[in-house]
Design a protein around this ligand. Structure first.
Ligand SMILES: [Zn+2]
Length: 112
């Protein structure tokens, strides 16, 4: 399950950050999640709560910002919005290169 390993990953990253920056408690985690990353926000919230139990992120609020997908056609040099991963160029039907919407990134942590 994609969301579970993602949540475990987040926990590792945050724990590393906490030993580097010396915070003991995380209150809010703000994530940006690309529309094309195939992450289901509700499933991620569920896994997040489970995975963070017993750690410094337990009970933290998870804020998810969706990043719109965007692709580029090398042939037409055109940028187009993408709502699914394998969407062709609307003009020439060649495959688009994804330039935005695949990322999963921690934007901000509210800590103490
Ligand atoms: Zn094109």
């Amino acid at each position: 399950m994609h969301e579970l390993s993602l949540a475990e990953n987040l926990r590792e990253i945050i724990e590393e950050e906490s030993s580097r920056q010396g915070f003991a408690r995380v209150h809010t985690v703000r994530l940006s999640v690309g529309e094309l990353s195939c992450v289901e926000p509700e499933a991620l919230r569920f896994c997040f709560d489970e995975v963070m139990r017993g750690g410094l992120v337990e009970g933290a609020l998870l804020e998810i910002e969706t990043v719109k997908g965007e692709g580029h056609c090398g042939r037409c040099d055109l940028e187009v919005p993408m709502s699914e991963l394998y969407q062709p160029c609307p003009q020439c039907y060649s495959p688009l290169e994804v330039i935005r919407g695949l990322e999963i990134r921690i934007e901000d942590l509210a800590v103490s």
